[in-house]
Design a protein around this ligand. Structure first.
Ligand code: NAG
Ligand code: NAG
Ligand code: NAG
Ligand code: NAG
Length: 387
């Protein structure tokens, strides 16, 4: 429902008070094997698509400066957001065993960003008891999801949180229901060709311990809200719930969507003959359960607070926002970084996934390949990333 409301401006206005979403696109900054949270200073084991400010780097030590000041441009619609966000990259596996990156297309009502994601910041709402929230401090970062997971973390009969999901667009629109619980949503890759493409969806944790900018696993300083056993999922999932005592500080809920244009790969003759589905994450994950995303906060000054306190900004329509500076499609698309890891990752069929990522279907967690022969150092002459 959240997204369907955004299709019509009239509906957005009447529902904004209820949902209070700041929604905007950020185009691709760069696609490469870097992950300054998990493997700082090193080439990452798998490929990521990265959006946001151009202070993104192989290492992003918060002690080395504020990225909202270091960045000179951002791929986000709002100039004030120099944060970085990244996720894995989707590949299609051809019947002959080769892989090609699945292209990305703009989301509903986001203009013409070159790839990237749609980002939402969402305020807490009733029935949550505490509607106050704190803006992330400078240097804050977190990760959600486990790249090596190959099993559905959801335990039937429990009030689990499906933090990473896929929506299989059936070709009629963006689909019904709150992302993650809609009739077209799944935690694993859709098992059928999706006529309109696939939207991958990530809910970041919205409760913080109030102390740590990061943690060893990049997760334990944050948590999802506590979800009651008999919760009304359809109306309140992830929105109207309270933080656990261990992580009492409410921060805005960050939710991201990425639209993968799987339509060119939907043909019956392109799908595996054994009836399985042909998509894999860049970690060599053919299940979808390794879906993950990372965030480094980088909003300028008090801009995020001002935006989230202004009803004009949380209507879901960027041009309505009276607190932030809009950028055009040309501006966001012209902010980019060159690739420093010397390898081809997209635009053509590849014999293997970038890095050393043979397909591992689980259900045991994926393991690291010993003696990886893939590029492990960066180059001095960065290369242009492909569109
Ligand atoms: C990344 O870090 C390196 C080494 O500190 C530095 O030379 C380079 O300018 C940085 N790149 C960006 C885009 O900040
Ligand atoms: C698989 O098919 C694609 C598309 O025709 C082609 O580009 C690629 O080279 C093929 N790979 C192999 C191993 O034959
Ligand atoms: C929320 O913030 C207001 C204003 O700062 C404060 O008066 C109120 O006590 C806060 N509520 C909770 C539950 O923390
Ligand atoms: C989470 O996913 C599982 C199966 O993938 C599903 O049965 C369950 O209803 C989902 N939970 C929510 C809250 O949507």
């Amino acid at each position: 429902m959240l997204l369907r409301l955004l299709v019509s401006a009239t509906i957005v206005v009447c529902v904004s008070a209820q949902f209070e979403v700041l929604r905007f696109p950020c185009s691709q900054l760069v696609t490469e094997r870097l992950d300054p949270l998990v493997t700082p200073g090193q080439v990452s084991p798998h490929l990521h698509q990265i959006i946001g400010g151009n202070a993104f780097n192989i290492t992003m030590d918060p002690a080395k400066g504020d990225i909202s000041q270091l960045a000179t441009c951002t791929t986000c619609r709002f100039k004030e957001d120099k944060s970085n966000y990244w996720t894995a990259v989707l590949y299609f596996k051809h019947r002959n065993g080769s892989f090609i990156r699945v292209p990305q297309i703009p989301n509903e009502g986001t203009g013409a960003p070159n790839g990237g994601m749609t980002v939402y910041y969402i305020r807490p709402r009733p029935p949550a008891k505490n509607l106050n929230f704190t803006i992330f401090p400078e240097g804050f970062r977190m990760r959600v999801g486990a790249p090596n997971a190959r099993r559905n973390p959801y335990v039937p009969g429990t009030a689990g949180v499906n933090q990473t999901t896929f929506r299989c667009w059936d070709g009629t629109g963006i689909g019904p229901g709150t992302p993650g619980v809609g009739a077209l949503d799944s935690v694993e890759f859709p098992k059928i060709p999706c006529k309109g493409g696939i939207r991958s969806q990530v809910y970041f944790p919205q409760c913080w311990d109030g102390k740590n900018l990061d943690s060893d696993d990049h997760e334990s300083h944050v948590a999802h809200p506590t979800i009651a056993d008999k919760f009304n999922w359809q109306s309140s999932w992830m929105f109207g719930t309270d933080c656990p005592a261990s992580h009492p500080i409410r921060v805005p809920l960050i939710f991201t969507e990425t639209i993968w244009d799987t339509k060119p790969f939907n043909g019956k003759d392109m799908w595996p003959e054994d009836g399985s589905q042909p998509l894999v994450w860049s970690m060599g994950d053919p299940t979808g359960y390794g879906h993950h995303a990372d965030y480094v906060f980088g909003w300028e000054g008090d801009s995020l607070r001002r935006a989230l306190d202004s009803p004009k900004c949380f209507t879901g329509v960027p041009r309505n926002c009276d607190q932030l500076t809009l950028q055009t499609d040309d501006e966001i698309n012209s902010c980019s970084q060159k690739v420093v890891v010397p390898e081809v990752t997209e635009g053509q069929y590849l014999e293997r996934l970038p890095g050393c990522n043979p397909l591992q279907a689980g259900p045991e967690p994926a393991t690291v390949v010993a003696d990886c022969d893939a590029a492990s150092t960066t180059i001095g002459t960065p290369q242009q990333t492909q569109a």
